[in-house]
Structures are given as C-alpha cells and as structure tokens.
Design a protein around this ligand. Structure first.
Ligand code: PLP
Length: 384
C-alpha cells in the first residue's frame, strides 16, 4: 500500500512546454491573448483539418465547457428550448444546456461505440416534434475517444435539419473514415483539462467551419465589446479566452500529440492482451476499420456470470487496495439526481454499460514497472 498511486490518466509533458511559457514571460504576454494563443490555435487547426475535411478555424478557450456553452449560444439556443444530448457522458456535455435555461432530452447509447444510438435519436426527435417542440441542437460525444456513428447520426440530424455539436473533448487524435474527430459538425469542442490526452492544465477550444464563426466566438469570449474606443456592448459577453501561459503548455503538447495517441493505443493493446486470458471480460475496441480510437481511456466490461462472480465494483475495490485507480464509466445523465426530470429515450443500454463497465489506468506515461503492477493486480483479482 505504500507504493505510489497509479492514476487513471495523468498529465504527460513533452519537454518544450516551459520554453513556450518562458517566452510568454520574457515578452510579457501574461494575458489571455498573445503569440502562444495564436500559435496553439494554428497547431490545432493544422492537426485537425487535413485532406478533404475542408476549411476550419479554432478558438482557444478557458475550458471545453465554455466552448460548448458558446456553441449552443451561436446556434441560437434560448431559454425554454430543448437540446438533445447523449445520456452517457460527463456532466460537462449537458450542463451548458441548463446554463441557457434550455432543457436536455437524453438519448441512450448503442453497444458498438457506447455513443448516441441513431435509432433512439430518431424516435426522440419525432416524439419531441409531435409534442410541439423541435430540438434546437444535438450534442453527440466521442466517448473515451471512440468516434460515434458519424454517418448514421448526421443522417438523422440532416433529415430533421437539426445541427450537431460534436463533443470531441476526449477524442483529439481519433478519426472516422480517415477524418479527425472535431471536423464533422458545424461546431465541435475540445478539452485540455489535466486528465485529457493533452493538457494546458485547464483549457478548451471551439472548432468552427469558418473564420467568421471563429471571430464571433472570440468576440463573445472577450466580453462582446463593440468596435468603439470606449467600452460599448450590444450583446451579453463572457470571459472565456485561454491564457497565453496555458496556451504555451498547449504548444509544447501539440509537438507530441502523435506519440501520446500511440502510447494510449498501446495501453489498450496491453489490456486486450491481459484480458485475453480471463473469461467474461470484454475490452472495448473499435467496431471496424472506419473507427480509429485514441483510447483516451481503456474500458472493459465484466459479465459476472462468466467471471465467477467478479463484478466491476469488486475489481475496482481490489485495484484500489493496490493503490491503482480505476473508475466506473460515466454515470448516464438521465440517472443523475440533477437531471431526474429530463426525458430519456432508449432501452437501458447506457445503464447496463454503467453497471458493468470500468475504466482502467490509461496514461501515456505509465512505466513498464507500473504496467507490471497493473497486470499482477488484475490477475490476482481473478485467480484466487
Ligand atoms: C472533459 C470533458 C468536457 C469538458 O471539458 P472541460 O475542459 O473540463 O470543461 C466535456 N465533455 C466531455 C465528454 C469531457 O470528457
């Protein structure tokens, strides 16, 4: 128990982060704008928009949550509106709906990608329309880095002409049919929180399809100041820009993004290998070659009828005693006390996944020794 804790996902610096931060100090760009903010935005844009994914622009913001809030504002979501949202996700996907006084409508997951079920989505939209309210937006999440069923979900969205907001907070580096997650919708969001695949200590980005949309987002993120020498405002603004110091960390992190994705994918392979010897545990993997997952977190699901009674909670507590962090999947939003009155459409897939699923240590900086500890720890839970 005196061994160092093995974390689920911890920051992993590349080496040049401090160089960019020091430059900011030298030039006195200690502010929520400056060369690092511009450079970081350019790095992300170059990384995301390749091949046929077309034009795009990136606004660096103080968090992924702020980015989602601005996306909904720019789509015109207002008090009393309804917004459709994947139920199985982190609360940050849904909270901005409530910030605007709008109401979430939650949708079940499908088992292939754990994400938005296109069938339940269609049923929900038709039902909401029949009740007199067409949803204003659809929030779709690439959970744990696994792309959602992009073609199927966007087909439903197009049919009813409802814009999709892509929550790619966990999916930087993932691709679907060769295109990067974060480039499929009018607006997408990224997060650079401490536990994400790259970090700026805290931060996020809004990915838009045009410079005009980006400029509008930056305007809103900097208190919506009109063009005047004095401070004049015709709209409500926000203080959501990313600090030039944090952006410096981001620039260093973008130099090593490909290595980070590779290392996380190797952790997934490590678990595939480890659990191949154990009955009743499924390591969650890409359904086919259309999906390239960054495996931000590696996810397993336990069938306790086949594991000899070992549930996800038994495994979690066993690892905890060995000072190894693991965590149940995100508890679905329709099961959260704060959203108990929100409508839910689906068959209980998300609830089942929550019941049986566990996220295992997935950091890109886990050492051979730590992997050996994880392996021994897992095996000792199943072989008693
Ligand atoms: C982390 C995360 C967010 C929010 O990002 P922050 O930068 O922490 O505000 C939103 N959605 C999902 C799915 C996330 O994992």
């Amino acid at each position: 128990m005196n061994k160092d804790k093995i974390w689920l996902s911890s920051p992993h610096m590349g080496g040049n982060e401090q160089k960019f931060v020091n430059e900011a100090f030298k030039q006195n760009w200690v502010a929520p704008l400056g060369p690092n903010v511009n450079g970081f935005e350019e790095d992300i844009k170059k990384y995301l928009f390749t091949n046929s994914s077309g034009e795009g622009a990136v606004a660096a913001l103080s968090s992924g949550t702020a980015a989602l809030h601005l996306a909904l504002i720019m789509l015109g979501v207002k008090a009393g509106d309804e917004v459709v949202c994947q139920s199985m996700t982190f609360a940050a996907s849904a909270n901005p709906i409530a910030y605007l006084g709008a109401s979430p409508v939650f949708i079940d997951s499908e088992e292939k990608t754990l994400n938005l079920c296109p069938k339940a989505l269609r049923v929900a939209i038709e039902d909401r329309i029949s009740k007199g309210k067409k949803p204003k937006a659809i929030i779709a999440v690439h959970l744990y880095g696994m792309p959602y069923q992009v073609d199927e979900v966007h087909k439903v969205a197009r049919k009813y002409e409802i814009p999709v907001v892509e929550d790619a907070a966990e999916a930087l580096g993932s691709t679907y049919k060769g295109e990067k997650c974060g480039t499929f919708a009018e607006y997408a969001i990224l997060s650079f929180n401490g536990n994400k695949i790259i970090t700026t200590s805290g931060g996020g980005a809004l990915v838009t399809r045009s410079q005009i949309a980006k400029d509008k987002a930056v305007f809103l993120a900097t208190q919506a100041r009109d063009a005047a020498p004095h401070y004049q405002h015709s709209e409500i603004g926000y203080n959501y820009r990313l600090s030039n110091i944090s952006a410096g960390i981001g620039r260093g992190q973008m130099e090593v993004i490909d290595d980070r994705v590779e290392a996380r994918r190797q952790m997934h392979d490590f678990y595939v290998n480890l659990f191949s010897e154990i009955e009743g545990v499924k390591v969650f993997s890409a359904p086919n070659d259309d999906y390239f997952c960054n495996h931000w977190l590696s996810v397993v699901s336990l069938d306790k009828n086949r594991t000899g009674g070992i549930s996800r909670e038994k495994l979690r507590l066993h690892l905890e005693k060995l000072n190894i962090e693991s965590r149940p999947l995100w508890k679905p939003m329709h099961m959260q006390p704060v959203f108990k009155n929100a409508p839910f459409y689906g068959e209980g897939v998300a609830g089942q996944l929550f019941e049986n699923g566990l996220c295992l240590p997935s950091g890109s900086n886990l050492t051979q020794e730590e992997k050996a500890r994880i392996k021994t720890g897992v095996l000792s839970c199943f072989r008693k």
